[in-house]
Design a protein around this ligand. Structure first.
Ligand code: PMP
Length: 362
């Protein structure tokens, strides 16, 4: 039996995609092999790879002057890869930090660039925690930064930008946990990157969407597997790509198109998060610490008024068919990740469970 899986990542996949994988697995397209067993250079696999890219381009309306790369190394690999690809030694890079992933991104870039923390949400919050997006007119950007890096959605703290920053320098965004959640104006960005294991597919694939005029800034030291120019020129196949994950990502993109694209899924996502936050705000037993204008659509952290009941909450939610509601170890409490593949009924079931639990214990 399927459960409602609220994991932050690797996360729930659409059931229709899992069924398709199951039926494809032993004998993919009449080849007598699974897709995992064929060469990435075979015509059949190249067709799958290209179709996945064209689905993604359609979904996100990616302009023609952007390359889409299918890489490995995770979003974490991109923390350093962005620096190696987009800056020269001695360059300054602006970082806006609104949570744990932004902190890690700046740290991984630090060996390569002069890190300027243009804004830090923990420094401007009352309790020193990341719970809001600092207003852009308070940011201390440097005059000649190579680029500005930020994390549109912080998966752990559940802090999300409700706006795309204005920037004179290329905007570089770690969209791991918000990509594909709703329509996005890609043309505002220099680089968008995302680990696959939330809204894209299984772990193992890292998407990079890069504006073409930024392809030739890589330092000589950049390993070829992380080099945007090398990977763009080889259709992400300078070495063996993560073929199975790429194939599954293509199925997920197709599923999203079947749902009506990002406009349609965005409406569902908006309803899902609105009802969950509304319930949490109206029920004294639960609370969410994030400023209302900075709340994540995809990751909803909440705490119980009596933390000693956390164990019971988790035990009973599991018995009710809901998994992975435990908050990140650095934050505690609970977190419901409600990515694209979490059906609205899953959020309804969670709210019913929470209200029943509050009634019994509140
Ligand atoms: N950035 C964000 C916003 C994330 O949520 C995560 C993973 N949870 C990462 C980076 C790290 O991704 P990876 O494990 O793919 O390196």
């Amino acid at each position: 039996m399927r459960v409602y899986n609220f994991s932050a990542g690797p996360a729930v996949l659409p059931e229709a995609v899992l069924e398709q994988i199951r039926s494809d697995l032993p004998d993919w397209q009449g080849s007598g092999m699974s897709v995992m067993e064929v060469s990435h250079r075979s015509a059949d696999f190249v067709a799958v790879a290209q179709l996945a890219e064209s689905h993604l381009r359609r979904l996100m309306t990616i302009p023609d002057n952007y390359k889409v790369l299918f890489l490995q190394g995770g979003a974490t690999g991109q923390f350093a890869a962005t620096a190696m690809n987009l800056s020269a030694a001695g360059d300054t890079v602006d970082f806006v930090r609104t949570g744990a992933w932004g902190v890690k991104a700046a740290k991984q870039a630090a060996p390569f660039v002069n890190v300027n923390i243009a804004a830090d949400g923990a420094a401007t919050s009352a309790d020193g925690k990341y719970n809001h997006v600092p207003a852009q007119d308070t940011w201390q950007t440097s005059d000649e930064a190579a680029y500005l890096h930020y994390t549109p959605n912080e998966t752990i703290g559940g802090v999300e930008f409700s706006f795309i920053p204005d920037s004179k320098v290329p905007l570089v965004a770690d969209m791991s946990s918000t990509i594909l959640s709703r329509p996005l104006d890609v043309s505002r960005f220099g680089v968008i990157y995302a680990g696959a294991q939330k809204n894209i597919g299984p772990a193992g694939l890292t998407l990079v969407i890069v504006r073409e005029d930024l392809l030739d800034r890589a330092r000589d030291i950049t390993p070829s597997v992380l080099n945007y120019r090398v990977m763009a020129d080889s259709d992400s196949m300078s070495n063996t790509p993560p073929t199975f994950t790429w194939y599954v990502a293509g199925l997920v993109f197709e599923w999203l198109l079947d749902q009506g694209g990002l406009e349609a899924i965005g409406e569902v996502n908006e309803r899902k998060k609105n009802k969950l936050y509304a319930y949490i705000d109206n029920e004294d037993f639960y609370s969410n610490p994030v400023a209302p204008d900075s709340r994540s659509w995809m990751n909803v952290p909440f705490v119980l008024a009596q933390p000693k009941l956390d164990g019971q909450f988790l035990e009973q939610s599991l018995a009710a068919g809901m998994t992975n509601l435990k908050g990140h170890r650095s934050v505690g409490g609970m977190r419901a990740s409600i990515y694209n593949a979490m059906p609205e009924e899953g959020v309804d079931a969670l709210i019913s469970f929470m209200s029943e639990f509050a009634r019994r214990h509140g």
